[in-house]
Each structure stands twice: as structure tokens, then as C-alpha cells.
Design a protein. Sequence first.
Length: 103
Amino acid sequence: MHLMLYHLPTELWRHLVPLKHVDIKTNLRFLIVPVVTLVLSTVPHIVEAQDSAVTIMYSKIGSASGASTEISIFENHLAYLSSGNYQIMPLPQILATLRNGGA
């Protein structure tokens, strides 16, 4: 089983990186996800394999308190994913499907 990180377009994930803060540790932590996403997007991978799933993780969703994804941005992400050619499933359903050999 392979779990892959989904590569969000720049206009969606750029709001996740709060560069306005002075705290370097916080900024570095929030820069890791886009950098890892960029690196992983350059690695060839099979997206139609039956033994894989693409995942997105949000660590905190809430009001604009610095270290969170604002609710409006999260809603925009959901609208983007819902309008595309994506099959959206909760993680328990993905795991059950992969364990049963389905796609």
C-alpha cells in the first residue's frame, strides 16, 4: 500500500504558510509541507494504481490565529477538490478499500 501526498496548486497552499510571523521555528514548520510537496511532485508516481491513495492532512482549522488554516481557505480547498475529477473518501474508508484490494 502506498500513501501519497497530494500536490495542491500554488494558489491554494500559499495561504497555509504564515510568513508574516517573526518566529523562525513556526515559519520553518509551515514551510516544510510546501517544500515536501514540491519535492514529491517531481518524483514520478502512479496515480491510478489500485494499491495507493492520495491524502491531504490539515493540522488545525479555525479562525485566523497564525498557526491555523482559516475556515474560508479550507472551504475553498474542499470546493476545488469537489469540482475536480477526484474521489473524496474519509481515511477509514480508504484503508478499508485498500485492505479489500479495491480501487
